[in-house]
Ligand binder design. Sequence first.
Ligand code: UD1
Length: 338
Amino acid sequence: MHYSGNMKKVLLTGGLGYIGSHVAVELIKQGHDIVIIDDLSNSEYTVLGRLSELTGTEIYFELGDVRDIDFLKGVFQRYEIENVIHLAAKKAVGESVNKPLHYYDINVSGLINLLKVLEDHQAKKFVFSSSCTVYGQPEFLPVTESTPFGDTPSPYGKTKQMCEQILGSVAKVARYEVVSLRYFNPVGAHHSSKIGELPKGVPNNLVPFITQTGAGLRDQLKVFGGDYDTPDGTAIRDYIHVVDLASAHVKALKVDLGPYTALNLGTGRGYSVLEVIKAFEEVADMKLNYSIVDRRVGDLPEIYGDPSMAYKKLRWKAELGLTDMMRDAWKWQQGLAK
Ligand code: UD1
């Protein structure tokens, strides 16, 4: 076990969450020393132990909320932070409609707090977890980084747009570089099955709902909408393996990019809900119980991204395909049952 108290660190907010835990592993694999902040609102403390097991490394952890600026100041006093990867945020589209202030508070005020604290410290890079939701329903596909922000009806989507706008302004005067990574649909789990998604309650997202249905925890998957103008009538998304997504964060720290850069992180390929189900059925060797129901309010018919800018700037591209995503998601789900 290595313990390097003097090394400059990467501050990873939301580092015990689904995406954060995978980013933590990739950072450590590439030799970074990290400090994780998490408030455990949508994550489990046991993930910290799993991360240590997986990486053979002591990980600094600070329990706290990004809305608490004194907490953040304390963290920056205790550690020498060289880079920040900011993932701590709320992400449930439907919930954001019912609790808009909660979303603006955590996602927007949390970001502002962090940026305020950074004003008094030296940092090289600030990496922000954005989303393809900033594009709304685009006119042309695939979306590129120059596709304009579209109408995104949920407060969740609006917070991602606002955060990017704030970061764009701040980057003009900041000493550090800012990178917004626009995630498409992250799915799957670490191949070790030690970390993965831990949805609280009934999952909102497709893949955990599929795996929980496969495991018998849910009776039936509802496919939201079979009458979209797509080849099989179901909605299309650009699913990306969470480990691929995580590795892009590490690359974003390495490369000099200039004051502000936004990058799409997807595979560039869209799959329909029925194609995802089929991929699951193949890897799990079972028939999934599903039925096609009405569209979910606020869902887009189709979105997928052009990831070539991320390759150009970071030499990053997704390596894993839909079968890998579903295999690892299923392996993870089966491990949870044990
Ligand atoms: C949305 C947001 C994304 C956000 C994510 C987190 C957009 C474009 N994307 O992704 O930014 O990070 O939520 O929650 O706003 N589906 C079913 N049955 C289910 C669940 C989902 O058919 O039980 C379908 C959906 O209708 C959709 C696809 O599966 O077509 C993917 O849905 P989901 O996994 O919830 O992600 P998005 O809504 O695309």
